[in-house]
Design a protein around this ligand. Sequence first.
Ligand code: ADP
Length: 264
Amino acid sequence: EAINPADGRPFSDEDVELLTTLSAQAAIAIENARLFHQSDLVSEMVHELRTPLTSIVAYSELLLRQEVPPDMAREFVETIFQEAQHLASMTNAFLELSRLQSGRTRFQMAPFAIAELINEVINLLRPQAEERSLTLHATLPDPLPRVIGDRERLRQVLVNLASNAVKYNKPNGEVWLELEPLPEISLLRVKVRDTGRGIPEKELPHIFEKFYRVADNEGYAQGTGLGLNIVKQLVEAHGSQIQVTSQVDVGTTFSFTLKAAPGD
Ligand code: ADP
């Protein structure tokens, strides 16, 4: 039991909770500042930008220099468009990552209704899911719980996890966003579960690394390999850990916990 040096009394549960959150955030900020100085993140990012840029340059050059039959020209423009979109999502992820790494991300922790957020994310992803004949479900407890966290950042976490669950799914597959209250410990477990292609066991330790993509999936869906690294950092800033279980051809579940809002 920790004793409060100010008045010699034991710390209350609230004190301990606050100190735990503060120290988790401080530890992350220090670690990030250190990594930012040491790593060659910038050269890694530039390297990643080169691949789509090279193909944009090559295809537009072909279009400019040669007589290309119209249907082939259309294919080239489609490739250029896709690669440009890929570049755009990469630059967004780079900005996010560099902000996180340098400790410039400010978290606005406040109580909010997480069920609403879940429904928002489901509505956002519905078009992508329908395109692939996937069904999205929400499993929400009654009464609807509130949690403490940065709503905007948690939205990013859920969008990232759920769009992976859609991207790496199979036709007619399913995705669940689930909330499970753990009242004894004043936490709420958040799960994103899919019936997708799964992740081989030997890949699991690496999927949270920057730029890491499972080789089998590379041709399957476009991505930056940064989403899960960003998710991990955002979840850790909330004093939690991101967990994953997966079985090839059966599906994948990502989960983390959030603090329940007091009084709920
Ligand atoms: P990406 O931009 O490639 O989606 P992420 O960092 O979000 O990058 O994920 C890293 C890799 O982990 C992905 O390339 C994919 O191979 C694998 N992955 C992530 N989520 C899932 C999932 N729900 N099912 C299967 N594989 C997944």
